[in-house]
Design a protein around this ligand. Structure first.
Ligand SMILES: C[S@@+](CC[C@H](N)C(=O)[O-])C[C@H]1O[C@@H](n2cnc3c(N)ncnc32)[C@H](O)[C@@H]1O
Length: 310
């Protein structure tokens, strides 16, 4: 992350802060409107730089958290980052998988690619539009892209990503109810195509979350001074909420997954856990349980439960 931060800071020196701030405000409004774009949201180099400044640290943090759950389940040597923009997900993948040799970022916006290449020249940056063929790669990442597409285009992209991936396919979306629904839909298509869910679900059945609940997670992002200024924010950090699914070719014996911040009371930890039998509900761990209690105190939202070595 430090490297990405430094690369971003160097990039931002070249653009007048006022123009960046205007671009950020417009992009925030466009993304919040939630409608699929009929023209690229990033229109020029300043837009691409603004997106990089205000969103890359957050999408990077989300993808880094996702890939930590995949590290012991895949060992990719090649990566395809589809709709990769300026490469936030690629930076996270390079951290998570040091064995990556071939790294390709595809996007429709040349400015985003140009910017990405300036920060990370070792990757291959190629203009690509949905519908054009994809090369194969061990790991295919689709990070924060589906929400920009119509439902039909989302299906096409998910199918293409699944067909292009050899070891693993990972889809990440904002941690909102619509983002979660897009993830559920992608998960279902990829299961039908023969993939196996490696994370976050500990099972291959329909999602057991009911009512108004939706499966999402959270990654903390420290904001730089410029980041704070661009977002007109006071806090030195933000929590990026995301939903995701990571699928592999092999079966995994899933443990449960902590799906909320743990709650602590004196001598008692309550973990909301999604279990291998598809039920989602509270697991209570009391101080009397010794090592399990210590493990529960250390458990975080998004971790597997129980740990391998309590
Ligand atoms: C919100 S950005 C996400 C960028 C990056 N993956 C990340 O996680 O930060 C969505 C990206 O998808 C790209 N995109 C959207 N529709 C596309 C299409 N039809 N073909 C290719 N790229 C597309 C956009 O150009 C943009 O760079």
């Amino acid at each position: 992350m430090t490297d990405l931060r430094e690369a971003l800071d160097r990039l931002l020196e070249a653009v007048p802060p006022k123009r960046l701030a205007e671009s950020v405000q417009r992009l925030i409004a466009d993304y919040r409107s939630g409608r699929p774009a009929d023209e690229p949201l990033l229109r020029n180099m300043v837009d691409a730089t603004a997106y990089a400044a205000y969103r890359m640290p957050a999408t990077h943090a989300a993808v880094a958290a996702v890939l930590r759950q995949l590290q012991d389940k895949a060992a990719p040597r090649s990566l395809l980052d589809v709709g990769g923009g300026s490469g936030a997900a690629t930076w996270a993948a390079l951290d998570a998988f040091p064995g990556l040799e071939t790294v390709t970022v595809l996007d429709q916006v040349p400015e985003a690619l140009k910017l990405g290449e300036r920060m990370l020249p070792r990757a291959t940056w190629r203009q690509w539009r949905l519908g054009e063929p994809l090369d194969t790669a061990d790991l295919v990442l689709v990070s924060y892209v589906l929400g920009e597409l119509t439902p039909e285009a989302q299906h096409d992209l998910v199918d293409q990503a699944g067909a292009a991936a050899a070891q693993a396919v990972v889809i990440v979306e904002p941690g909102t109810p619509p983002g979660y629904r897009r993830i559920l839909d992608a998960r279902q298509r990829l299961l039908e195509a023969g993939w196996t869910v490696a994370a976050p679900c500990p099972h291959q059945q329909a999602c057991g979350m009911t009512g108004k609940d939706w499966c999402h997670f959270s990654a903390r992002v420290n904001r730089s001074a410029l980041h704070r200024k661009l977002k007109e924010a006071e806090l030195g950090y933000e929590d990026e909420k995301f939903s995701y699914v990571a699928l592999t070719r092999e079966e995994h014996h899933g443990r449960g997954r902590v799906v909320r911040h743990p709650a602590f009371r004196k001598g008692l930890v309550t973990l909301q856990v999604c279990n291998p039998d598809t039920k989602v509900g509270p697991t209570l761990v009391s101080k009397r349980e010794g090592p399990a209690y210590k493990a529960a105190r250390d458990a975080e939202w998004g971790d597997e439960w129980p740990p391998l070595d309590p």
